[in-house]
Design a protein around this ligand. Structure first.
Ligand SMILES: [Zn+2]
Length: 237
């Protein structure tokens, strides 16, 4: 079964408990000897590893465990680019802490697209922001991208606010609360929140806008969930 690993917890001696998921289900698997030097499945010991795992079920207590595994993608494969490693760590932390077991299944295919875009260095900025947008939607944040989220005006959009729920028009803009964005930046917000697959269509985001919007999204996630996203600050060192 092809699964993405999201969490690895030590358990008795050299064993581990893996939390994994695919588009249909979440799984809790015992990985015997994962931390042993001789382990043939030690590659599973990384969040966001994607592997084809053979599962065996204990007749005694119904526990599921890893019988064997073949690696499909490992974050270790992108170890040559520091920022890319941080992106993977940020995504792993957000997925693990902001989505429930059931909610995670809903981003399975988008996550695979994003990991592959990071690995191949092809339009990864668009994928990363679109995935974060999808995570926010699944976590229950309704974002309106067709009109001002306060007065429903469709014209003169000048800002975007995640906490208010989308675009802000000129009439509702308050410079003490909101940030004014350029037309290009507003188009990026529109595209990443529109839907994940439409963002793929050769829509590219420059470095400066990428970091600005990533920062808006991560700060909103940290505030809404009262968490600190691990390793995020490393991007600015
Ligand atoms: Zn308005």
């Amino acid at each position: 079964m092809k699964l993405v690993i999201i969490n690895i917890s030590p358990y008795k001696d050299n064993d581990a408990i893996l939390t994994c998921f695919n588009a249909e289900n979440s799984y809790t698997l015992i990985a015997r000897g994962l931390f042993s030097n001789k382990s043939k499945i030690s590659f599973l010991n990384n969040p966001l590893t994607y592997a084809d795992i053979d599962i065996s079920v204990s007749k005694r207590n119904n526990y599921q465990s890893v019988k064997s595994a073949n690696l499909i993608f490992s974050p270790m494969q992108i170890m040559n680019n520091f920022n890319d490693i941080i992106y993977v760590m940020i995504l792993a932390d957000v997925i693990k802490r902001c989505l429930s077991d059931e909610e995670r299944c809903q981003i399975f295919s988008e996550l695979l697209y994003t990991l592959s875009a990071i690995k191949n260095n092809s339009n990864k900025e668009t994928y990363i922001l679109s995935l974060l947008a999808k995570i926010l939607k699944i976590a229950g944040f309704a974002i309106s991208i067709d009109e001002c989220c306060i007065c429903h005006n469709k014209q003169n959009i000048v800002s975007f606010s995640l906490s208010d729920g989308g675009f802000i028009c000129k009439n509702c803009f308050d410079k003490g609360i909101y940030t004014k964005y350029s037309k290009e930046q507003l188009i990026i917000f529109y595209n990443v929140f529109k839907n994940f697959l439409s963002a793929k269509n050769n829509f590219t985001i420059g470095d400066k806008d990428f970091f600005m919007i990533l920062d808006v999204m991560i700060k909103f996630i940290e505030e809404s969930f009262s968490i600190k996203i691990k390793n995020y600050q490393l991007l600015f060192k």
